[in-house]
Design a protein around this ligand. Structure first.
Ligand code: NAD
Ligand code: MG
Length: 384
């Protein structure tokens, strides 16, 4: 039986890797839905190749042009706009791949949870902002959440749910990003081109900047807290520049389990696509001789404060997590646009954390409203 798949954010880095794996295994998957933000040319090309029932362009200004490009493909339904995106997430599939960038993926994912047997979640920002609601919705719907972020996928592969009480620590590995070892002043003056130049991973622009600031690892601490229901004090981070060990789970008997692999997102994505089985991929194989050069070091918390902020935010509550994420999304977009320098990303996030920590949220509407409020406040801070 072929698995039916939807890919939300199919034109991005994760989306393209997902479709590459599907293209190599055409007998195993049927693509039902593909969605993109703005990139209608690539979405159209993917539609021609994978022949989904439905494609959605979230930015409806490109709708007419997309219809025009695909005018000879009448069997593919085309919709556009935010509501169309939310409706598409209600189509039943065996597996939905959540690869939208940012908080914008939250509502589509919540819909997908209700209509999919499983959701592979790369899109970490919704978990950071709404982790509890997200996991409760999945439990209620009986939807299997498959962590796709490489660290969380590694943990998922060696996490023994029946022995959860015996887990003493989760240790997330961090490459350290492009600024590992740089002097503080050089980091704070870094350009977008320097920040997106990741040493090991090829990723979308926003997550690449997050990797440079170590905000990505901060988001991942919060993500791990929700995905594995682990208290924040049992989640640690270690810098591992080679990105071969993708994370560790430490048990109380002294055993430490880890998952290893070449730094290629197709490995965790393939794990999710094939789950609960395994599939063959053509990706790079781990060169075991490289294992003799694995190294580890502590995070320089004095230079890179986000991981400390993530722990504080988890202790403080959901308002702080929403503020951390929303402020960072706004600040990174302005940094990529060259409106602000790298240092200001930290200034804005810290200011928003001070302002919004302690704010309580009780519903999806509260979460969306606080996210919006923090975005406006962060935007007002850009020119100060
Ligand atoms: P990307 O920027 O390359 O792609 C994002 C996708 O989302 C694109 O298809 C884009 O069109 C779509 N999109 C963007 N804004 C949208 C909106 N407002 N509405 C609807 N669609 C929208 O990003 P990426 O690097 O593929 O990352 C996607 C997610 O996966 C992020 O949350 C990221 O943190 C996470 N992730 C990525 C990697 C990686 O290697 N790239 C690894 C782990 C986790
Ligand atoms: Mg990761």
């Amino acid at each position: 039986m072929k698995k039916t798949i939807s890919v939300f954010g199919s034109t991005g880095s994760i989306g393209r890797s997902t479709l590459d794996l599907i293209a190599h295994n055409p007998d195993d998957f049927t693509v039902r839905v593909l969605t993109a933000g703005k990139n209608l040319e690539l979405l159209a090309a993917q539609a021609v190749q994978f022949k989904p029932e439905l494609i959605v362009l979230a930015d409806d200004t490109g709708y007419a042009q997309l219809c025009d490009v695909l005018s000879s493909h009448e069997d593919i339904k085309i919709t556009a706009g935010r509501q169309a995106l939310l409706d598409a997430a209600l189509l039943e599939v065996d597996l939905c791949v959540g690869a939208i960038m940012g908080f914008a993926g939250l509502e589509p994912l919540l819909n997908a949870i209700k209509s999919s047997k499983a959701v592979a979640i790369a899109n970490k920002e919704p978990l950071v902002a709404a982790g509890r609601l997200f996991m409760e919705t999945a439990a209620k719907a009986g939807c299997q959440i498959l962590p796709t972020d490489s660290e969380h996928n590694a943990i998922f592969q060696v996490f023994e749910p029946e022995n959860k009480a015996s887990i003493s620590r989760l240790v997330l590995t961090a490459s350290g990003g492009p600024f590992r070892g740089w002097a503080r002043d050089d980091i704070m003056a870094a350009t977008p081109a320097q920040a997106v130049k990741h040493p090991n991973w090829s990723m979308g622009a926003k997550i690449s900047v997050d990797s440079a600031s170590l905000m990505n690892k901060a988001l991942e601490v919060i993500e791990a807290h929700h995905l594995f229901a682990m208290p924040e004090e049992k989640i640690d981070v270690v810098v591992h520049p080679e990105s071969i060990i993708h994370s560790f789970v430490e048990y109380q008997d002294g055993s430490v389990l880890a998952q290893l692999g070449a730094p290629d997102m197709r490995t965790p994505i393939a794990y999710c696509l094939a789950w609960p089985q395994r599939m063959e991929t053509s990706g790079e194989r781990l060169d075991i001789s490289k294992l003799s050069t694995l190294s580890f070091e502590n995070v320089r918390d004095d230079v890179f404060p986000p991981i400390k902020w993530a722990h504080e935010a988890l202790r403080s509550g959901q308002g702080a997590c929403i503020a951390l994420n929303a402020a960072n999304e706004v600040a990174v977009a302005h940094f990529l646009n060259k409106d602000i320098g790298f240092a200001k990303i930290y200034t804005i996030v810290e200011r928003m954390l001070e302002t919004y920590s302690g704010r309580e949220v009780h519903s999806l509407a509260d979460i969306i409203s606080l996210d919006k409020e923090v975005r406006i406040a962060s935007g007002n801070f850009i020119n100060l």
